[in-house]
Design a protein around this ligand. Structure first.
Ligand code: FAD
Length: 417
């Protein structure tokens, strides 16, 4: 009998299992996929580590988490500096002096600030319905009373029309599958701008990509803990229920099926750590939670450098995909021995509606889904032998470092360490 059955060989499951084994417990990890790593899995193609489920850049301000991951893998010095392509015009992201210089020809931070203020002022006056007949006081009152009613108005009031039109409108619309005028304003609370020539996307103390890919990182964390791949926990639970029900039917009048938690450990473990979708665990008893999905089209190209950068966002609305990832640039176009790689691999990313049979990527944490999640959480709290963790188990948009921190915290509570 194992102490823990870990459902999901993603980063949450791997870290929990490692901590449990360090504390003297035994674990079995299972995953329904045929590989470990969950969504951070990287697969070697043409000598390139391809981020199979979307580009992953590790970044954190948490020293403990950085120490933890660097104990298991060496990280390179990759810094995420995405480029936006708007109908062939290229802009640096996040919005910074390089972006403003390209957009308006401004050279100094003061000029850039003045230009943004001017854009905001014109846009706000327009949105607030200020007319040429209004005196300054009336205009100021109208502007002060203005409340953005959708994402478009919110973005324009924060940054003005030029940046919104070229860098936000099309991209955000594609990401959500809806026009910005049909999206709620709260999605964009702030639009950070930098008045420096700094293209580093993340404001994080530590950043990089594990040398040799993320699969190697997870492999090193898992070490010699047993893993079974291609095993769907929920199918196993279902089969077990059926078998037990049959046995019971033959011996018990009525043949009631015991509550779910009686089956949790599948008869092979005392407790379960479940990192799959919490709604799926309960057979969608309260209805499905909302997710956004992503579709990837991956191609090997016979060129050594397709776009000169790992991440290029396509910010117009006509281009159907949101980004092109050129995986080799995460590792500077070199293989593990420092040799140049003659070919390249690119992935076009399409944002997609989620349907129950497709891969749930991003939880949609709006008020309705969060309320539904709380009901599932109540059910989860009543499963005494099951710990629900990770991005899908807790229905939270977690970055990798947050998942690791959450797993370490849960393990410490559970194992009294
Ligand atoms: C497109 C995209 C880009 C991202 N980019 C970044 C980034 O740049 N930086 C960053 O820090 N984070 C990024 N993230 C977030 C990151 O992917 C997650 O934080 C992390 O992968 C979550 O780990 P997890 O272990 O909780 O879940 P997962 O990685 O989803 O692992 C869960 C595992 O459980 C398995 N499973 C589920 N149900 C069952 C079942 N019934 N039986 C058996 N196994 C099951 C699944 O197959 C899966 O392997 C990104 C996410 C997406 C979607």
């Amino acid at each position: 009998m194992y102490d823990y059955l870990i459902v999901g060989a993603g980063i949450y499951g791997a870290v929990f299992a490692r901590e449990a084994v360090k504390a003297g417990k035994s674990c079995l990890i299972i995953d329904k996929r045929n590989h470990i790593g969950g969504n951070i899995y990287t697969e070697k193609t043409e000598g390139i580590n391809v981020h199979k489920y979307g580009a992953h850049i590790f970044h954190t301000n948490d020293r403990d988490v950085w120490k933890y991951v660097t104990d298991y893998a060496e990280f390179n010095r990759y810094t995420n500096s995405p480029v936006a392509n708007y109908k062939g015009e290229l802009y640096n992201l996040p919005f910074n002096m390089n972006t403003f210089n390209k957009m308006w020809g401004v050279v100094t931070p003061d000029e850039a600030r003045a230009k943004i203020e001017e854009q905001k002022k014109t846009a706000l006056a327009d949105l607030a319905g200020v007319t040429s007949d209004d005196d300054d006081k009336t205009a100021a009152e109208k502007i002060a009373a203005f409340e953005p009613s959708n994402l478009e108005e919110q973005a324009i009031s924060l940054i003005g029309t030029d940046i919104y039109e070229k860098l936000i409108k099309g991209y955000t619309g594609k990401q959500w599958g809806r026009a910005c005028t049909d999206l709620p304003s709260f999605i964009i609370k702030r639009l950070p701008v930098r008045f420096t020539f700094d293209n580093n996307y993340f404001n994080a103390l530590y950043q990089g990509i594990p040398v040799g890919g993320y699969t190697k990182l997870v492999e090193n964390i898992i070490g010699d803990i047993p893993v079974m791949l291609g095993v769907n926990y929920l199918n196993e639970r279902e089969s077990l229920k059926k078998t037990l029900k049959l046995n019971k039917l033959s011996s018990l009048p009525g043949g009631d099926v015991p509550p779910t938690d009686h089956f949790a450990g599948l008869g092979i473990a005392e407790k379960v750590v479940f990192t799959g979708p919490v709604d799926e665990y309960f057979d969608y008893a309260l209805g499905p939670l909302g997710y956004r999905s992503v579709r990837f089209e991956t191609q090997v190209l016979d060129t050594d450098n397709y776009q000169g950068n790992a991440v290029v966002n396509y910010t117009d609305s006509e281009t159907p995909f949101t980004r092109i990832i050129e995986h080799k640039h995460f590792e500077f176009g070199k293989d593990e021995n420092g040799n140049d790689i003659p070919k390249t691999v690119i992935s076009r990313e399409y944002s997609a509606e989620w349907i129950p049979s497709s891969e749930p990527y991003y939880p949609v944490n709006d008020a309705e889904n969060n309320a539904l999640y709380l009901k599932y959480k109540e059910m989860a709290d009543r499963e005494p032998d099951v710990i629900f963790g990770g991005r899908l188990g807790e229905y939270r948009y977690y970055d990798m470092d947050q998942v690791i921190a959450a797993s370490l915290k849960k393990a410490a509570e559970e194992l009294n360490i």
